[in-house]
Design a protein around this ligand. Structure first.
Ligand SMILES: Nc1nc2c(ncn2[C@@H]2O[C@H](COP(=O)(O)OP(=O)(O)OP(=O)(O)O)[C@@H](O)[C@H]2O)c(=O)[nH]1
Ligand SMILES: [Mg+2]
Length: 336
């Protein structure tokens, strides 16, 4: 199934019901006076954030959402019924913008957060409202106002704490699998991952953090090479990034070169990405001899980089790394 992370829909709020023009007619009461009631308000379109959805797939086949119109007012001062609001549930992490003006309308970052994207039209007034001392039989009523209508763009940005970046085949998905219950596709070829995967790392019943595994990026990705950098938007809200690197058969220089390339691609896409804490995770050390490993450790010790050496196969180094991520996020107050 295609991962849909962006969609445009049209929302049309209901129109207000018109007011009624009517006069009381009862036996023995001539000239009974006006009794036309007001119309009902049109229903609004409301979006709401929910934890229980995680894709925009529901929007594949439906792009127009309409709320109910308000009913017209009636005689005997009867108010028209208000149109029902239409509530559209969206996954947490959705950012809503007006598709025409590009104005950001709402950021659904909390469970049950709501926002009115199209307000229902106000009701019209019945003729009873226009009765004055000089005009006891007004023949005036008003129509309901039209409901708001607009095109909105919904972009789903994953709400993860930790983002995994790196070249294809580095072992990002393997890392996600090693630390969480997620079972992403893992294979020995580039661009195995085509859509982002999320995994929850459970620390205890009430402490967890979310890791996002995204497709690999290569040199030139920010100009569209490979799968491009479109998926980097999913990690724009993470608290930290891990640059996963395949450490097998690589010299210190090859690794630092790779770190710089990834750094450059991140920076070209969005400068705020490189302001995040970025830790280097050198993976596949089960394939590296002790001698080479010591040499790499010594060289990286001389730098300011935060570097971990792990293997997602033997699990070496994984626990220490996740413990430190946990401490970091806790310190940053990010753990729920
Ligand atoms: N020996 C060894 N192999 C590993 C390790 N981690 C991952 N691999 C292998 O490396 C290959 C790539 O792993 P993935 O997890 O799919 O890599 P990825 O970074 O998600 O790749 P893309 O999705 O293509 O960007 C797979 O064949 C994994 O089995 C490790 O620690 N040691
Ligand atoms: Mg992958």
């Amino acid at each position: 199934m295609k991962f849909i992370d962006e969609t445009v829909i049209t929302v049309r709020a209901g129109n207000g019901g018109s007011g009624c023009l009517s006069f009381r007619r009862e036996k023995y009461i001539p000239y009974g006076g006006p009794d036309g009631g007001d119309g009902g308000n049109g229903g609004s379109i409301i979006i709401r954030g929910t934890d229980s959805l995680n894709t925009l797939a529901d929007f594949r086949n439906k792009s127009i959402f309409t709320a109910e119109n308000g009913k017209a007012g009636g005689s005997r001062n009867k108010h028209g019924r208000n149109g029902d609001d239409l509530i559209i549930d969206l996954p947490l992490g959705c950012v809503i913008t007006d598709n025409i003006t590009n104005e950001e309308l709402c950021d659904l970052d909390k469970e049950d957060k709501t926002f009115i994207v199209a307000k229902g039209g106000e009701h019209g007034f019945g003729n009873v409202r226009f009765k004055t001392s000089t005009n006891r039989a007004p023949r005036k009523k008003t129509l309901g106002k039209e409901g708001e209508s607009r095109e909105i763009k919904i972009v789903l940005k994953v709400l993860a704490d930790v983002g995994l970046v790196g070249l294809p085949n580095a072992g990002k998905s393997s890392f996600l699998q090693a630390v969480s219950m997620a079972r992403p596709k893992i294979a020995d070829y580039e661009f195995t991952t085509l859509t982002p995967n999320l995994g929850v790392v459970l620390y205890s019943d009430y402490e967890k953090f979310v890791v996002a595994d995204i497709p690999g990026i290569i040199e030139g990705a920010s100009t569209g090479v490979g799968l491009g950098t479109q998926f980097l938007k999913h990690i724009s809200r993470t608290k930290m990034l891990l640059n996963i690197i395949d450490g097998s058969n690589k010299t210190y220089e090859m690794i630092t070169d790779e770190i710089e390339k990834i750094h450059h691609e991140l920076e070209s896409y969005d400068e705020t990405l490189i302001k995040k804490d970025l830790w280097i995770v050198i993976n596949k050390i089960d394939l590296v001899s002790n001698e080479e490993l010591n040499d790499l450790r010594n060289k990286f010790n001389m730098t300011k980089l935060v570097v971990y050496f792990v293997s997602t196969v033997t699990k070496i180094g994984i626990e220490e790394l996740t413990d430190n991520i946990y401490e970091f996020l806790k310190y940053e107050n990010r753990i729920k």
